[in-house]
Design a binder for this molecule. Structure first.
Ligand SMILES: *Cc1c(COP(=O)(O)O)cnc(C)c1O
Ligand SMILES: [Zn+2]
Length: 444
């Protein structure tokens, strides 16, 4: 069975292009492209048989199907030959029942999908494996590609650098100076990428990288390149698979450039079309109040969209004022009875910290998702017995500066409700024992 996928204009003109063509926008109307699959071919296999196949492949050794992205290759990117797949065994991150945090806020069925437990510490690996594999495929077919470039708020550049390093393809990353964490900055450096630190914000980097890629044989790796969306959509398949093929009621996801929320919806729609699931969850997209163009548009019923200048936020990976995938995201949110909500710096930092106290180790973006969860439960927009999945987008260890400052109560606009400070002591038994006995009852 030969499965097929292609780029198709998503702005209504339906022009098609091959996946191995270097193209990001429709030549006819300039619209964003979307990867489409030959659904009839995919329907030749029964839903049960797809589920069994995905379960059998998951985390096994047979190349490249042990990766949770490539284990679903037929639905992701069948056009790449197996020997051109660049995989670091991505996906299959843990999904766990956050019982204690759920109890604290009054919900019974709260789950956290730890997408940050991945090779480079964020969900960006899911999409980057597909994009870099397609580049390797094109190079093997003789296409002249000098390198791959992206603008990034930190995690995209880490993922691009790692996958390019694994494949031996040059990577060029554009980072807004002083706006990414130390851990995020060191990843592309360590992986040998050409790391360009520009005195601007993400949107400023984006403008230049697009121009560089248009004028040179450099492939653009930002999420306007819809190959990444194909990999990222596996997160919804994975969540459903991990819940024994049951659909949750609500999924909450942080949004910046809005590729991820689009991908999340696309995965659910594909499963529904193929009969693997029979209903859709509600999707909640969350933003930092300092960078909330989608939220502002939501308040006006999505009737208008104005790019904004994103202000500095602790949730630095979603500090984006002019999201490329705005239209795709709105389409998805309308189909999924969507909600958009925001969180302030104080709300996101304290929500992340409360989660940490129950055993999590949250990045600030996951903090935004948790803060919104708390609000929606409080407002009874999410019911007590609903099954909720939080998409945790990055590993907390990438954001230790944020956490250290939180516990020192030194973050701007944040009053650290759950600060925990180390007690400095001389190495004297009596004083140590007293410090334990004075404090242990106040823990938790
Ligand atoms: C990229 C990123 C997001 C946002 O994803 P978009 O596709 O840009 O909306 C959220 N959280 C983290 C940690 C990210 O790296
Ligand atoms: Zn078009």
């Amino acid at each position: 069975m030969s499965y097929r996928a292609w780029f198709q204009c998503s702005s209504g003109c339906d022009e098609r292009y091959e996946l191995n063509e270097i193209i990001y926008n429709c030549k006819k109307c300039g619209g964003l492209l979307e990867v489409r699959h030959d659904i009839e071919k995919l329907k030749h296999r029964s839903p049960e048989s797809w589920m069994r196949l995905f379960d059998e492949r998951n985390r096994r050794t047979k190349w490249p199907f042990g990766s949770a992205v490539w284990g679903k290759k037929e639905m992701v990117c069948p056009n790449v030959e197996n020997n051109n797949v660049v995989s670091l065994y991505e996906g299959a991150s843990n999904l766990f029942w956050a019982e204690r945090l759920g109890n604290i806020i009054g919900t019974e069925d709260l789950w956290i999908k730890q997408c940050g437990n991945s090779h480079t510490g964020s969900f960006k690996d899911l999409g980057m494996t597909v994009l870099v594999s397609m580049v390797k495929q094109m190079i093997s077919e003789g296409k002249d590609i000098m390198g791959v470039a992206c603008a990034s708020t930190g995690d995209t550049s880490a993922a691009l650098s790692a996958y390019c390093a694994a494949a031996g393809i040059p990577a060029i990353v554009f980072l807004p100076k002083n706006k990414v964490s130390t851990a995020q900055l060191i990843q592309p450096i360590a992986n040998g990428a050409l790391t360009l630190s520009l005195d601007t914000d993400f949107d400023g980097c984006m403008e230049i990288v697009q121009k560089v890629c248009t004028k040179n044989n450099i492939y653009l790796a930002n999420s306007m390149n819809s190959l990444r969306i194909e990999g990222q959509k596996t997160v919804s398949i994975e969540v459903v698979q991990q819940l024994d093929w049951e659909v949750p009621d609500v999924v909450i996801i942080p949004g910046g450039n809005l590729g991820n929320v689009s991908a999340l919806g696309k995965g659910f729609l594909l499963m529904k079309e193929l009969g693997m699931i029979n209903r859709l969850p509600r999707i909640v997209c969350v933003q930092a109040a300092k960078a909330n163009p989608l939220y502002q548009s939501y308040l006006k019923g999505f009737k208008e969209f104005k790019p904004i200048r994103a202000q500095k936020t602790l949730a630095s990976a979603i500090q984006i004022g002019n999201p490329v995938s705005f239209n795709k995201a709105v389409k998805i949110l309308k189909m999924f009875n969507g909600i958009v909500e925001q969180a302030t710096e104080d709300e996101l930092a304290n929500a992340a910290a409360l989660g940490d106290k129950t055993g999590l180790f949250n990045c600030p973006h996951t903090g935004v998702a948790l803060a919104v969860l708390f609000k929606l439960v409080e407002r009874n927009e999410i019911k007590k017995d609903e099954r909720i999945v939080i998409i945790s987008t990055a590993h907390g260890l990438k954001f230790t500066d944020f956490k250290v400052k939180y516990h020192e109560n030194k973050l701007d606009e944040v009053e650290s409700k759950y600060a925990n400070t180390p007690i400095e002591l001389p190495p004297e038994y009596d004083k140590v024992e007293k410090a334990i006995l004075d404090n242990v009852a106040d823990l938790n």
